[in-house]
Design a protein around this ligand. Sequence first.
Ligand code: NAD
Ligand code: UFG
Length: 336
Amino acid sequence: MNILVTGGAGFIGSHTIIELIQAHHQVVVIDNLCNSNPESLRRVATIVGQEIPFYKADIRDRQRLEEIFSSHSIDACIHFAGLKAVGESVSMPWEYYDNNINGTLTLLDVMRQHHCKNIIFSSSATVYGSPVEIPITENCPKGQCTNPYGWTKSMLEQILTDMHTADSEWNVVLLRYFNPIGAHPSGLIGENPNGIPNNLMPYITQVAIGKRAELGVFGNDYDTHDGTGVRDYIHVVDLAAGHVKALQAIERNCGLDIYNLGTGKGYSVLDVIHAFEEANNIKIPYSIKPRRAGDIATCFSDPSKAYRELGWLAQYDITEMCRDSWNWQRNNPEGF
Ligand code: NAD
Ligand code: UFG
């Protein structure tokens, strides 16, 4: 298929392009580079041995989208483009709603005008809010999000659902990611956060490389096996492969489908620190800090629907995730 990848220069998008090309799909990328570096696509080109057609453009720019859809026969869109920093979304809600909601509405409108009604959307476990069941199945009701970023995901899921309800020609796959970490085993591409990392693994790798003195562990009084927060970490290459499998659902005219992409295993913050230390033989100094606002104790998936219906199953374990995260950071101390 000919796939438009929005946000393809970013962390998950760049890894997904590799899996798509290796599965013999063609890709066209649009990214405004607001949170990424074009070097990521050059590295992807090195890995796959072919150039990646790329448009530096904003998905809110209808005219540019029109041009792209007019010059390529796009079969489906994998839609990663969006702002994703939870804390920033609290202080800049308008920017998040404008970028994520208006961007997606513009994209959907141009898509339908060009008779392309197939979309895979990057959603998040955050839409479950404080989940009423663990492990979380796709039947778990959506919950109250704790920040504007989360609401954009929840609202966009509703918008895409309503588009499908109104016009059954739309095939919509909502992929709810759990916690992507790791990097391509080549060490050429990986997560490249700006400034102080918000997320656990990039913070750990920056401590390991000596950029930060120690990790703050946000709370050790949760109701978990060691008191620290438990999450479902998934290797980004597994996550990327999930998108290729999701295209099979589109190919068989799935209508609307929702899948959790996680491993089904929960690891605490201390488990991850210890796994990283063992995998890479590096000590990670840490101290216990107060809880972070908006965090929940435990969040992990039941990924069996994706296995049953798409034949998708995560392959990498926590040791490999820690190894590849470190391999990327060690080879690229300053990122791209
Ligand atoms: P990322 O920031 O690395 O990638 C997103 C890309 O979109 C960036 O390259 C950015 O420049 C681009 N972009 C943003 N707004 C744009 C716009 N208006 N027009 C064009 N390009 C735009 O993030 P990621 O980690 O690769 O995440 C990809 C998607 O997955 C996002 O939608 C994110 O919300 C979602 N997601 C990520 C996680 C995670 O933990 N990384 C978890 C759940 C869901
Ligand atoms: N944590 C620390 N110290 C840090 C960073 C994180 O102790 O410096 C802890 C958190 O408190 C949490 C765990 O590590 O218990 C994971 O935190 P992350 O920030 O890495 O991930 P979250 O689960 O909070 O959120 C991530 C994304 C969200 C997404 C969610 C579900 O940031 O955008 O996963 O997919 F919605």
